[in-house]
Design a protein around this ligand. Structure first.
Ligand code: PEP
Length: 256
């Protein structure tokens, strides 16, 4: 079963729309046609930049997939300050990150809410990137698998069988995000393999199809080793995605 790896740049709350345009142009300049042959690349700017980036991608025929970092579960309504999946769909967004650990921690997002968002993203013809991952204390207590399994089951609870094959899961140990401390390739592989088994236990045929990214301080030096692992199908990249050359190194390491 060949799964196309997905390398996603999560720009978080960084860059105004002028800076965002510069970054995507630099990234496009850094990458060559063959870099996209065996990998998909998505960029996830803040909401205020999505329209600008969409326009640049279209005008310059760039090969990036367009992403968002979050959305509301409802298509419209009295939800001041939120952005709906219908609005993202209209901007030709391909992938929407849901349940990032920063949203679980700072905005109190639960597995139930993440499940509703993931389902709504699919209902609007986009693909959710569902984030899961344990905290350091949980890993040290030997609870990592149990925690991650509960997140996977809870966050995918509203998806259909077909959607379980299409969803992207990002395994991001919380202690590795933005810390410079990456999970070892063996530990990352072991958890991604476990997640795959959990998905398979929900719907057998999805086990070999679901794509599972690793995220947490991925950079040009560690990407190759992580991406070589059997059950790791790409990366969700934060800090290193803000530098075109660094992100391009991660993308092109797919070929090694
Ligand atoms: C992330 O934001 O999902 C992430 C993995 O960040 P970083 O690469 O900076 O650790």
């Amino acid at each position: 079963m060949s799964r196309i790896p997905l390398i996603s740049g999560n720009w978080k709350m960084n860059l105004n729309h002028f800076e965002a345009i510069q970054l995507v142009q630099k990234l496009s300049y850094e990458l060559r046609n063959h870099d996209y042959e065996s990998v998909e690349v998505s960029v996830h700017p803040p909401f205020t930049n999505i329209r600008s980036i969409q326009t640049v991608i279209d005008a310059d025929r760039m090969k990036f997939q367009l992403g968002a970092q979050n959305c509301h579960a409802e298509a419209s309504g009295a939800f001041t300050g939120d952005v709906s999946p219908a609005m993202l769909q209209k901007l030709d967004v391909d992938y929407v990150i849901v349940g990032h650990s920063e949203r679980r921690a700072f905005s109190g997002e639960t597995n139930e809410l993440v499940a509703a968002k993931a389902s709504s993203v699919f209902a609007h013809s986009m693909i959710p990137i569902v984030c899961v991952g344990e905290m350091l204390e949980q890993r040290e207590n030997g609870e990592a698998e149990e925690i991650v399994e509960a997140q996977v089951r809870g966050s995918l609870a509203d998806l259909s069988k077909d959607q379980l094959s299409e969803v992207v899961i990002a395994y991001e140990p919380v202690w590795a995000i933005g810390t410079g401390q990456t999970a070892s390739a063996d530990d990352a592989q072991a958890m991604c393999c476990y997640i795959r088994t959990v998905v398979g236990s929900i719907h057998g045929p999805a086990q070999t199809k679901v794509r599972i990214q690793y995220g947490g301080s991925v950079n040009g030096s560690n990407a190759a080793e992580l991406m070589a692992m059997e059950d790791i199908d790409g990366a969700l990249v934060g800090g290193a995605s803000l530098e075109a050359a660094a992100f391009a190194r991660i993308v092109s390491f797919q070929e090694v």
